[in-house]
Design a protein around this ligand. Sequence first.
Ligand SMILES: *[C@@H]1O[C@H](CO)[C@@H](O)[C@H](O)[C@H]1NC(C)=O
Ligand SMILES: *[C@@H]1O[C@H](CO)[C@@H](O)[C@H](O)[C@H]1NC(C)=O
Ligand SMILES: *[C@@H]1O[C@H](CO)[C@@H](O)[C@H](O)[C@H]1NC(C)=O
Length: 357
Amino acid sequence: MSSTPQRYLLPCTWLIFSCFLLHGGRVAAAGKVPAIIVFGDSSVDTGNNNFIPTIARSNFWPYGRDYANGLPTGRFSNGRLATDFISEAFGLPPSIPAYLDTNCTIDQLATGVSFASAATGLDNATAGVLSVITLGQQLAYFKEYTDRLKVAKGEAAAKEIIGEALYIWSIGTNDFIENYYNLPERRMQYTVGEYEAYLLGIAEAAIRRVHALGGRKMDFTGLTPMGCLPAERIGNRDNPGECNEQYNAVARTFNTKLQELVAKLNSQLPGLQLVFADTYQLLAAVVNRPADYGFENAVQGCCGTGLFEAGYFCSFSTSMLCGNANKYVFFDAIHPTEKMYKLLADTVINATLHVFM
Ligand SMILES: *[C@@H]1O[C@H](CO)[C@@H](O)[C@H](O)[C@H]1NC(C)=O
Ligand SMILES: *[C@@H]1O[C@H](CO)[C@@H](O)[C@H](O)[C@H]1NC(C)=O
Ligand SMILES: *[C@@H]1O[C@H](CO)[C@@H](O)[C@H](O)[C@H]1NC(C)=O
C-alpha cells in the first residue's frame, strides 16, 4: 500500500483501509504536536456543514476544483484551507477531517479534527442566522471527542494528545458581516465597542473551557481586513467597489483587544501557550499590492462574484468562473483561494511552529 500525499487528501471513506498508515506512520514524525484541533467558521470548516441542514454549504462544483480529484469536500475554496497547510507543516496529514463525517474513525481524528461550521460566530445569534453549529456545540463535540479518544487510546495516550495538540481558533468575522452590520438586533443592543467586548467574553470562556479539558498550545487567528472582501466592496454604499474602511477599522480594534485577552489568559491559566496570529497585515498587503504576491485580481472572486453581481457563494450556474484561481486572492465573494490560504497559513506557521515544535 502506498501512501502518496493525494491519498491523505481524500475523505475518510477512501481512507478507511489506509488509516493505520496515517496513524502508525505519522505520529512519530509529528514531534511534539500530535494533532491539530480546530474551532471556527467557514475559514476552517472542512465539511461539517455537509451533515447539518443549512444552506451554508460548499459541497458542490466549482468548490474543490483544485482539490484532490477535483473533489468538493465542503471547504469554501478551490482547494485546501490554511489549517490543512498548517497540519502538513507540523508533519501531520495534509488535510484535516470534519468531525461530523461519520466515516472518519477515531484513529483518523486522533491526528487532527475540525469542529468548525461555516457561517457561525462567537455569538449564538450569528450561528442562528443560517442554522449552523454554535461555538458552544463545537465545544460539546470536543468534549465528546476527548471521551472517545480515552476509550480508543487509553487514558494516558489520550491525555498526551489533548495536552500536546495545537488548537486553532478562527472565528469572529461573521459576527460583524453576517450579524452586527446585517441585522438590526445586535446593533440596537450594543455599540461596536460593547459588541467586541461581548464577543471577546465568549472567546475567553471558550479558551478557558478547552484549557480546563487539558488543551495548552493554542493559536487564535485575528480578523482580516473584512471590509476588503469582494462582498463588502459590493455592499459598500458610500464608496461602491472600494474597501469598507469602517469594517477594517473594527477588525483592527477587535484584534488589539484580542491581543490584550491573549496576554491576560497567558498570565492567568497555568501552562497555557496562546499565540495571536496577525493575518490582518498580510491580507491588507496582498490586497494593496497583489502583483507583489503573484496575484492579478484582489477585487473580485474567481467564481464570478463581480462588483455588480449579487450572491456571496459560487453556484452551479456560475457563468463567469475564472480559468486559473491562482491569479485570484478570493475564490467566491468572501473566501480566499487556496493560494491565498497557503500564504495565510505561513503566517500562522511562522507564529506557532518554533513555539510548539
Ligand atoms: C461513508 O462510506 C460509505 C461506504 O463507502 C458511503 O456509501 C457513504 O456515502 C459515506 N458517507 C459519507 C458521509 O461520506
Ligand atoms: C448560547 O447558547 C447556549 C445553548 O442555548 C447557552 O448555553 C449559552 O449560554 C449561550 N451563550 C451565550 C453567551 O449567551
Ligand atoms: C514566514 O517566515 C519565512 C521565513 O522566515 C518568511 O520567508 C516568510 O515571508 C514568512 N511568511 C509570512 C507570511 O509571514
